[in-house]
Design a protein around this ligand. Structure first.
Ligand code: PLP
Length: 385
């Protein structure tokens, strides 16, 4: 049986979510805006899912807008603020954001906005003093991630919100990787906007949500019908929204207990790997990290080859360096952390889920050890580390 350790890319959809979706795809296909009985039933399903998603983050259902996923939520949040005739036109992000934020920031910059990128230290943590000093009267929004998709490093969002509030600047939190893995409560965390995604928490793909705190003014990306209070017009994807609701509901109930058992497995994995393989370096330590994420740099080796050999043996992980124009470039995240190039080039991300078993972790360690031993025998540079 293959071992799936790429849960930060996407997760296995819950059986209960799929079961709830099938009748909505096959028979109960009415438009939730229709006034007839099946239309009203579809509306009820959407509103129930809205309550479930709101419940996951302590929001009011009215503060949730369904979108097509994390990327759209992020675009709606950031463009929604910048496209709204706001006179202050500066965006602050971190240097390690997901490309949904990074590329949008690049685009806004090309359109004339100021973008400030705040660096991180060697363990991936945000330079908070620098953030504080970069806020000006022109700052319209701070958009930062909660947990990094590559390293799992968790930002101190409470501290970011405290700084932002002192300067009266709104905060958008990219919680795509943390929602369902860490407790999140917008009643105590004063973010104005928060993006989450269904497929990262055992829901279906192509559905996400944006939390919009009451009184936050946003301009929609699209014009059309009045769905989602006009903020996301277009007929709702009822089956996906319902599957997302089921996943959010399970995550609300299970997150704490499962987080602890996933962390135990992850810690065990890192302990054995680093003791067996001398060239293995855990990236992101000693920062606090998502319980499911382990990014390990195998010094002197190339991550794409490791991932390929693991895949041939039925272990699915992800490379921290991508091949662009013929050369392996470490990701912008590892570069921002100034990880030694020899380690960054060999970075592999293993991301666990609530379905990962003890046996899978021990089998992975064995297969990984064999792969690395083989590659080290072939790569003379790796022997030096
Ligand atoms: N933000 C982060 C931190 C992510 O990890 C991802 C997906 O990998 C996204 C945003 C984009 O989410 P989606 O795939 O739902 O568009």
């Amino acid at each position: 049986m293959p071992i799936y350790l790429d849960n930060n890319a996407t997760t296995k959809p819950l059986a209960a979510g799929i079961e709830a979706m099938i009748p909505l795809l096959a028979q109960e296909y009415a438009n939730p805006s229709s006034l007839h009985r099946p239309g009203r039933a579809a509306r009820e399903r959407v509103e129930r899912a809205r309550e479930q998603v709101a419940g996951l983050i302590g929001a009011r259902p009215k503060e949730i807008v369904f979108t097509s996923g994390g990327t759209e939520s992020i675009n709606l949040a950031i463009r929604g603020i910048f496209g709204g005739g706001n006179r202050r036109q500066e965006l602050i992000i971190s240097a390690v954001e997901h490309s949904a934020v990074r590329r949008l920031a690049d685009r806004l910059e090309a359109e004339g906005c100021q973008v400030v990128r705040i660096g991180v230290d060697a363990s991936g943590l945000l330079d908070l003093d620098n953030l504080d000093s970069k806020i000006t009267d022109s700052t319209s929004l701070i958009s930062i991630m909660h947990a990094n998709n590559e390293t799992g490093v968790i930002f101190d969002v409470e501290a970011v919100c405290e700084i932002a509030q002192r300067h009266s600047v709104p905060v958008h939190l990219d919680a795509v990787q943390s929602a369902g893995k860490l407790p999140l409560d917008v009643r105590s965390l004063p973010v104005n906007l928060m993006s989450i995604s269904g497929h990262k928490m055992h829901g279906p793909k192509g559905v996400g949500a944006l939390f919009i705190r009451r009184r936050t003014r946003l301009r929609p990306l699209m014009v059309g019908g009045g769905q989602e209070r006009g903020l996301r017009p277009g007929t709702e994807n009822v089956p996906a929204i319902v599957g997302f609701g089921v996943a959010a509901d399970q995550a609300s109930r299970l997150a704490d207990a499962q987080g602890a058992s996933i962390r135990k497995l992850r810690d065990e994995f890192e302990r054995i790997v680093t003791s067996l393989i001398p060239i293995a370096h855990v990236i992101g330590e000693p920062a606090s990290r998502l319980p499911n994420t382990s990014n390990i740099g195998f010094a002197g080796l190339q991550s794409e080859i490791i991932v390929q050999l693991l895949s041939e043996r039925g272990v699915y992980a992800s490379a921290g360096a991508a091949c662009g124009s013929g050369s392996l470039e470490p990701s912008h995240v590892l570069q921002a952390m100034a990880i030694e190039p020899a380690i960054a080039h060999g970075a592999v991300r293993f991301s666990l889920s609530r379905f990962t078993t003890d046996k899978e972790i021990h089998d992975t360690v064995e297969i990984l050890n064999a792969v690395i031993t083989r590659l080290r025998a072939m790569a003379p540079t790796a022997r030096r580390f």
